[in-house]
Design a protein around this ligand. Structure first.
Ligand SMILES: C[S@@+](CC[C@H](N)C(=O)[O-])C[C@H]1O[C@@H](n2cnc3c(N)ncnc32)[C@H](O)[C@@H]1O
Length: 156
């Protein structure tokens, strides 16, 4: 199952990008034997100032046809890392070829796109900057693959 992190905004070279690349590389390596991955980041940027609706349209175009859609939003479902891993495994076991995560920009994800999501995931009630959410999501993906692989990275 290919995994796509569809995100608003361009991430320049720096510590966040290095962390994301590292976690996604580890996700790919750990997930390969589990039918998870490869993962890729798809960045969209609205240059015309069209706001959330324009960003949502760009994000929709980035979604592979038939992909399961999980949106990141502080108003979404809070879950443990093992539950997240279990959900990831279930989407794979349903035979979905693609899972797309969406992380919004400074104004968030347009409600019309959030309404299309199969699941909305929250990293807690606080609002985080989208760049940090990318890092947190990449780490949770690697953690989930480690849990499914039974490797010791995740300690309960
Ligand atoms: C700065 S936040 C957007 C601000 C706020 N959510 C809004 O809609 O006005 C940018 C993106 O980061 C993600 N994000 C921020 N905090 C989050 C949280 N606690 N849980 C999950 N995703 C979060 C969401 O995808 C959000 O669209």
């Amino acid at each position: 199952m290919r995994v796509h992190l569809c995100v608003v905004g361009r991430l320049r070279k720096g510590p966040e990008k290095a962390l994301i690349d590292d976690y996604l590389t580890r996700f790919d390596r750990t997930g390969r034997s589990l039918g998870l991955g490869p993962a890729r980041v798809v960045e969209v940027e609205d240059k015309r100032g069209g706001g959330m609706a324009a960003e949502a349209e760009l994000l929709r175009r980035a979604l592979p046809t038939g992909a399961a859609l999980w949106c990141l939003d502080e108003r979404g479902e809070v879950m443990t890392s093992p539950t997240f891993a279990d959900r990831l495994g279930r989407v794979r076991d349903q035979g979905r070829g693609d899972l797309a995560f969406v992380i919004g920009g400074a104004d968030g994800i347009d409600s019309s796109l959030r309404a299309q999501a199969d699941m909305t995931l929250s990293f807690g009630a606080m609002v985080w900057p989208h760049m940090l959410v990318r890092v947190m999501l990449a780490e949770q993906m690697y953690r989930a693959a480690s849990i499914l692989a039974g490797s010791p990275y995740h300690r309960v």
